[in-house]
Design a protein around this ligand. Structure first.
Ligand code: B12
Length: 216
């Protein structure tokens, strides 16, 4: 991803599944007051490379699982730092979830954490969420924004179905889809209003949507 320095030692430690090294590097860089958002971008790039190696059959499924575990541990290091930086006044309600058929939740959880740090109220429905569950919750809480996460090809149909149902049931909140592999064509296919490929862009977009700024 664009914000990450593609050659960093941290990216390489994650891509090579060197857990202890990755944890030590993040601890060190957080202690040296490195920007946690930049570190998160590097972690995402490391995970992208894990996925690439899986695709190229250099790693088996165990590699993906191990990558996921490393990322989860790294998130534990970021959480207290980010939570100590909570700023701004109370903002809007965001309905969030990973769509039906997809169980990836690390990115969604990261978004959840960052949104809370920016004083959003987040209703996170978890993973593999059926369209009907999104509409039921949307009717109950009347969100200001709906965020759908999806990382696998299968999730694009689920996103489309969920968005169709949300519209049919009268939900007028802007809908953002998020996931590392999403592009403009997929956004159009799903009918989403916006798409983002990293959490920081997602938070900035949510802030702009709520302040009514046109610069989206
Ligand atoms: C870790 C991982 C797993 C872990 C997930 C653990 C977990 N609890 O999430 C496990 C091992 C369970 C897994 C399973 C599978 N995986 Co997997 N996985 C990955 C991997 C390596 C990293 C994902 C990740 O966590 N990245 C780090 C986070 C931070 O990034 P992110 O999710 O993109 O999220 C960021 C942004 O996208 C954004 N964002 C995300 N959601 C949202 C939502 C909103 C509203 C907003 C604003 C922003 C936002 O913010 C986040 C932070 O910046 C990816 C590779 C990749 N390129 O992503 C493959 C990948 C997604 N997996 C893949 C596959 C094939 C699978 C399996 C089908 C494998 C199998 N044979 O079983 C299963 C799918 C099961 C299912 N039905 O869902 C493929 C998908 C290919 C495709 N086109 O369909 C990928 C791309 C690997 C590859 N290159 O082949 N996987």
């Amino acid at each position: 991803m664009s914000r990450a320095n593609k050659d960093s030692q941290l990216i390489s430690a994650i891509a090579n599944l060197r857990e202890e090294e990755a944890l030590a590097l993040v601890r060190e860089r957080l202690a040296a007051k490195d920007d946690p958002l930049l570190l998160i971008a590097e972690c995402q790039e490391g995970m992208r490379q894990v996925g690439e190696r899986y695709e190229q059959q250099q790693y088996y499924l165990a590699g993906l699982i191990m990558g996921g575990e490393i990322f989860r541990e790294l998130m534990g290091l970021f959480r207290p730092v980010l939570e100590s930086q909570i700023s701004g006044s109370a903002s809007g309600r965001v309905l969030l979830g990973t769509v039906a058929g997809d169980i990836h939740d690390l990115g969604k959880n990261m978004v959840n954490m960052l949104l809370r740090c920016h004083k959003f109220t987040v209703y996170d429905l978890g993973v593999d969420v059926p369209p009907r569950e999104f509409t039921r919750k949307a009717q109950e809480i009347q969100p200001d924004i709906v965020g759908l996460s999806g990382l696998i090809t299968l999730s694009y149909d689920s996103m489309r179905e969920t968005i169709n149902l949300l519209h049919t049931e009268g939900c007028q909140a802007p809908i953002i889809i998020g996931g590392g592999l999403l592009d403009e064509e997929i956004r159009q296919y799903t009918g989403a209003d916006y798409r983002v490929t990293d959490a920081i862009a997602g938070i900035e977009l949510c802030q702009r949507l709520l302040t009514g700024s046109n610069e989206v």
